[in-house]
Design a protein around this ligand. Structure first.
Ligand code: FES
Ligand SMILES: [Fe+2]
Length: 400
């Protein structure tokens, strides 16, 4: 008799406590305890835009005085959307009856009421605090009494005179659209999966990065105070050893040095920001002298850019997008068969569940900073060469 057939297959279920991001969900509450990048600074203008973050629809704008504001879109008067509002010196005016709200939701004016609203200070448009840093707008969407300081990262401090910060919100390096249409965790936990690199990005689909990355590494993992770290050793066969360190930092940072192997501490960090349970964006900040640094990092597929691939080429040369989206809108984690090389993924999931418990019990999750003096976060991830340090890299397999 045949065994193991698909007859009667049960599909299983996601780890919703980790994957879901909406208000009141376990990990949604963890995510809300940290500042999140929500847009590039240039996206906040006097024309309001709708943004979706952690399952919430919000309106982002910039007053004529230059302050960014992030408000709940439904006007507290009678519900018209502030997307149709007009931006003024100090705030935004609802199109319907003209109430004006500042960036903290204070009602400044009710033009049809006596004296522009004798009781206007009794109402408040729901709002979130925002700050601008590293070319991004950051929002804090959690409980006000738990608001941490907005961290800085040593990677982005003290730029050399020829360096600049480069910001990108354009999908995954391995190819894909800017707005990714599947659950964010499939991408984030992939950061602790160094073994997909020599398979997916090399043996299967041709060298999408460099020949060194095609070597199967020897990997160890460790918990850090702020996340999980992988330490990958590759013997390059020419007297050099490559020690590549990648990190996930809570709640959704990816610290992955260039897979094209620039040497030393990584010059870039990414934030995997859920829009809702089945879509996310990745905001990446890099420091480099070349303003095109991030664009040049994108993997190529037999010389072609991801967006130019035919259906057949997507199937024949899959990258991160094809692999991770095909896990499903939200992966059915209960059906996974984790093995020794999934240790990093298992550690991420375990540490996420621990943060859920900490937050549910009223504690502070890993890495939130309340002390201004501890605001600068040290980043360890990078590519570190040992052996003959000046030996050139193997010729790059693909041209930009
Ligand atoms: S609905 Fe906004 S002012 Fe009336
Ligand atoms: Fe990848």
């Amino acid at each position: 008799m045949d065994t193991g057939t698909a007859y009667g297959l049960r599909l299983g279920a996601p780890l919703n406590d980790l994957a879901q991001v909406g208000p009141g969900t376990p990990y949604g509450e963890v995510l809300r305890r940290y500042w999140q990048p929500i847009a590039k600074v240039e996206d906040a203008t006097t024309r309001p835009v709708l943004v979706k973050i952690l399952g919430e629809d919000l309106v982002l704008f910039r007053t004529r005085k230059g302050a960014p504001g992030l408000l709940h879109p439904r006007c507290i008067h009678r519900g018209a959307s502030l997307f149709y509002g007009g931006v003024e010196e100090e705030g935004i005016r609802c199109c319907y009856h003209g109430w004006v709200f500042d960036t903290e939701g204070h009602c400044l004016e009710q033009p049809c009421e006596p004296e522009l609203g004798l009781h206007r200070d009794r109402v408040r448009q729901p709002w979130y605090p925002v700050e601008e840093q590293y070319g991004l707008i950051w929002a804090y969407m959690g409980p006000p009494e738990k608001k941490p300081v907005l961290p800085k990262y040593d990677t982005f401090e003290n730029l050399a005179h020829d360096e600049q910060l480069i910001v990108d919100d354009n999908g995954v390096g391995g190819g894909g659209p800017a707005e990714l249409d599947f659950n964010w965790l499939q991408h984030w936990e992939n950061v602790m999966d160094p073994f997909h690199v020599p398979i997916l990005h090399a043996r299967f689909s041709g060298n999408q990065f460099t020949p060194e990355m095609a070597l199967i590494p020897v990997v160890s993992y460790e918990y850090t105070p702020t996340g999980v770290r992988s330490i990958q050793h590759r013997d390059l066969g020419d007297g050099r050893q490559l020690r590549r360190v990648t990190e996930v930092m809570f709640p959704n940072l990816r610290v992955v040095a260039s897979p094209k192997l620039s040497s030393g501490q990584t010059n870039m960090i990414g934030w995997v920001v859920p829009q809702d349970d089945t879509s996310f964006r990745i905001f990446t900040v890099a420091r480099d002298a070349d303003p095109d640094f991030l664009r040049k990092l994108r993997s190529t597929h037999e010389g072609k850019a991801w967006k130019d691939l035919t259906d057949l080429e997507h199937q024949r040369l899959p990258g991160d997008y094809e692999a991770q989206k095909s896990q499903g809108p939200i992966s059915l984690h209960s059906e996974d068969h984790l093995t020794t090389t999934d240790q990093g993924v298992a550690m991420v999931r375990r540490m996420m569940a621990k943060q859920n418990r900490i937050v549910a019990q009223g504690g502070d999750p890993a890495g939130v900073i309340f002390d201004e003096a501890e605001r600068v976060v040290r980043i360890e991830g990078g590519n570190y060469f040992e052996g003959a340090p000046d030996a050139p890299l193997l010729a790059a397999a693909v041209e930009d």
